[in-house]
Design a protein around this ligand. Structure first.
Ligand code: HEC
Ligand code: HEC
Length: 213
């Protein structure tokens, strides 16, 4: 299973270079700021949302944000009807790129929404770095980079998850586990989430929520 994931990762990383070579230029952040007024109502004007229902978009990779908007539009990401409705208002791919480039340029806020439980976070750190080999869980760090800050703009398939709100992270992992969210390439996140127990999901999310700038 770990082998299978490494192959998947290699395929994914390999294909990115092809995609990035053929992709048109990115968005225009100034135009995006003007187009993001609606988004600001939930995600915050600078992408630092004030409640855990709404993920932070500040500092997320532009291409990842565009993919999520498109996936919500196409119904490939079907784990939230509110956001699907909002995505439907983004009229063109260029608008999506502009808005995404604006949020990608914003700095993540330094404060977590809620105090961090350090003991739980340190349990989560181990899972994040080493995985849980006996259960076939591959270390998150291999795809999401040190502290979950991503690896590189050129492999934006692997989103920034460090510093994201804890309860949003827990929801995503549970949605991948139940199959409600199924827009991950090759089902690679589902494969991992299904191997995580609920207390392990809580621990790794606690660790990630603490990885602020
Ligand atoms: C009424 C509130 C609301 C508004 C307005 C809104 N969103 Fe969202 N958005 C959400 C919620 C809720 C989620 C989390 C869905 C889930 O639980 O998976 C979300 C998730 C997202 C995600 C996924 C982030 C990730 O880390 O995977 C992106 C990207 C996003 N929104 C972009 C936008 C953009 C762009 C706009 C403006 C066009 C917008 N949102 C407007 C509520 C909103
Ligand atoms: C083999 C690579 C890989 C590994 C290992 C991996 N992930 Fe992911 N993860 C991904 C990809 C790819 C996505 C983006 C899916 C998409 O396109 O929507 C993702 C998305 C996520 C998201 C959703 C982010 C968002 O903003 O909505 C969370 C949360 C997450 N991963 C947590 C984890 C945790 C925790 C671990 C370790 C237990 C882990 N991942 C291990 C590849 C991986």
């Amino acid at each position: 299973m770990i082998k299978k994931l490494s192959v998947l990762t290699a395929v994914l990383v390999g294909s990115v270079f092809v995609i990035s070579n053929t992709q048109a230029a990115g968005g225009d952040p100034a135009a995006g700021e003007a187009k993001s007024a609606l988004c600001a109502g939930c995600h915050g004007g600078d992408g630092n949302s004030a409640t855990a229902d709404f993920p932070r978009l500040a500092g997320q990779y532009e291409a990842y944000i565009v993919k999520q908007i498109r996936d919500f539009q196409k119904g490939i990401r079907a784990n939230n009807d509110t956001m699907a409705g909002m995505a439907a208002t983004v009229a063109s791919v260029q608008d999506a790129k502009d808005i995404a480039s604006y949020f990608a340029k914003q700095k993540m806020a330094k404060k977590p929404l809620e105090p961090i439980n350090k003991k739980l976070a340190s349990k989560g750190e181990k899972i994040f770095k080493e995985g849980i080999p006996v259960n076939g869980v591959y270390g998150c760090i291999n795809c999401h980079g040190p502290k979950g800050k991503g690896r590189s703009k050129t492999i934006s398939q692997f989103p920034v998850i460090g510093g994201q709100h804890r309860d949003y992270l827990i929801k995503q992992l549970k949605d991948f586990k139940s199959g409600l969210r199924a827009n991950d390439p090759g089902g690679m996140m589902a494969d991992i989430a299904k191997r995580l127990k609920d207390d392990e999901i809580k621990a790794v999310s606690e660790y990630l929520a603490a990885q602020l700038p």
